[in-house]
Design a binder for this molecule. Structure first.
Ligand SMILES: N[C@@H](CCC(=O)N[C@@H](CS)C(=O)NCC(=O)O)C(=O)O
Length: 232
């Protein structure tokens, strides 16, 4: 059975939703990133980048075990493992889907992450950094809203991996001080994706561990201090 080394964050939820949509059985191995599980040798043996999610498929290509990290790579692999589900097969649809997947990996993921850091986690509040990432967060919401004003889903008429990869970063908009009412096309899409049973099951994975309240000093040290940046 596929092992998912994960935690209930947006990047983790992409994989939980994908597996639920594809109907693939999987085993969850919790990696508590606030406690430092991401630095344990058994996890570093799967991903040198010490970030969730990662998977181990004992029945990978050629029947051999496959270790994989980076959420988009995992999603493309899982699609191909199931005969290409949720990635269009026609060339234009396929590249449009990959384009919106890359938009998430290079755009909303890193930028929303920096917004969270400077607006919510950083002890020192730096107005320039908060303003810069607030502007980026709003700009990226506008890009998605515009696309969804011309297309039912991100890659076209059908729901695809492009929607799955973006959804966990759009849910919980209040965390980014965003009101989805300001982005009506994005809100329409968000509500349609959120209503899918597989999405609802996916975002429940490990949800009892979701952070509530402020980060502790110990968590801050692990995520942003010496533990994070020591050479491995
Ligand atoms: N580009 C990576 C990003 C993964 C990532 O940033 N994961 C975060 C959780 S959402 C993490 O593991 N953080 C642990 C840490 O910062 O030590 C992907 O899409 O898989």
């Amino acid at each position: 059975m596929i092992e998912v080394w994960t935690w209930p964050t947006p990047n983790g939820h992409k994989i939980h939703i994908t597996l639920e949509e594809l109907g693939l059985p999987y085993k969850v191995i919790p990696i508590n990133i606030g406690k430092g599980d991401q630095f344990k040798p058994e996890f570093l043996a799967i991903t040198p980048n010490h970030r969730i999610p990662a998977i181990v498929d004992p029945d990978g290509p050629g029947g051999k075990p496959l270790k994989l990290f980076e959420s988009a790579a995992i999603m493309i692999y899982l699609s191909e493992k199931t005969g290409g589900k949720l990635i269009p097969t026609d060339p234009v649809g396929r590249y449009t889907c990959l384009q919106w997947m890359m938009f998430q990996m290079g755009g909303t993921g890193p930028m929303f992450g920096q917004y969270n850091h400077f607006a919510n986690y950083a002890v020192e509040k730096i107005p320039y950094a908060i303003e810069r990432y607030t502007n980026e967060v709003k700009r990226l919401h506008r890009v998605l809203d515009k696309r969804l004003g011309e297309s039912e889903y991100l890659a076209g008429a059908d729901y695809t991996m492009a929607d799955i990869i973006n959804f966990p970063w759009i849910r919980n908009p209040a965390r980014r001080n965003i009101d989805l009412a300001d982005y009506p096309n994005l809100k329409r899409w968000h509500d349609a994706v959120a209503a899918r049973p597989a999405v609802q099951r996916g975002v429940e994975v490990l949800s009892e561990n979701q952070r509530r309240g402020q980060m502790t000093d110990a968590e801050r040290e692990i995520m942003f201090g010496k533990t994070q940046f020591q050479a491995r």
